[in-house]
Design a protein around this ligand. Structure first.
Ligand code: ZN
Length: 184
């Protein structure tokens, strides 16, 4: 599936999640199809936070989302290599960097707590505000991916891959886009 229809699927699913009209189900007889393989419509980089679950927030069943996760949704080298697999082997044409409100990792970085390791990689905005920092960190994730993967950057240049960044609001459930490469 191309990037724009894939994004529209996610946003439609997010609408259903927000309004409590999710339709996602994982029936027993769907498993035999999953055994044969996977063709996910998008690769999602999520925070490890327990309140963030792309399959639920985008109302998608098993087999639809290739999900990578780490505290603060930082595109580490292992995450980027997983994304390259999703794009190169599984044919994914959309990568989503998914930040979220009330992110503990961003909060820690903003308040100078636990700034070791992956927490030190969180990109804070110039404005010392949680929502601004969460959005900025997600947006910077797109740049980090493109700057650290020639393969993914060239796929974007060739028009076979698009990247977006967005933020899930824990209270409303809304996933709001904050940045994107050119969508086709
Ligand atoms: Zn978080």
């Amino acid at each position: 599936m191309k990037a724009l229809p894939a994004l529209n699927e996610l946003l439609s699913g997010n609408q259903r999640y927000q309004t409590g009209t999710s339709t996602m189900s994982n029936p027993v007889d769907a498993r035999s199809e999953l055994v044969r393989g996977q063709s996910p419509i998008a690769c999602i980089l999520r925070c490890a936070d327990s309140r963030v679950a792309p399959e639920i927030v985008f109302d998608q069943p098993l087999g639809k989302l290739f999900v990578c996760g780490v505290a603060g949704n930082i595109p580490t080298i292992e995450i980027i290599e997983s994304m390259e697999y999703a794009v190169g082997v599984l044919g994914v044409s959309l990568i989503v960097v998914m930040g979220h409100s009330n992110c503990g990792a961003v909060h820690a970085a903003l308040h100078n707590e636990h700034v070791d390791g992956v927490f030190a990689l969180i990109a804070l905005s110039a404005v010392p505000d949680m929502d601004e920092c969460v959005a900025h960190n997600a947006e910077q994730g797109v740049s980090t991916i493109l700057n650290n993967s020639l393969y993914l950057a060239s796929a974007v240049q060739q028009g076979t891959l698009q990247l977006v960044a967005g933020v899930q609001d824990i209270a409303s459930g809304e996933f709001e886009l904050v940045a994107q490469t050119k969508l086709e």
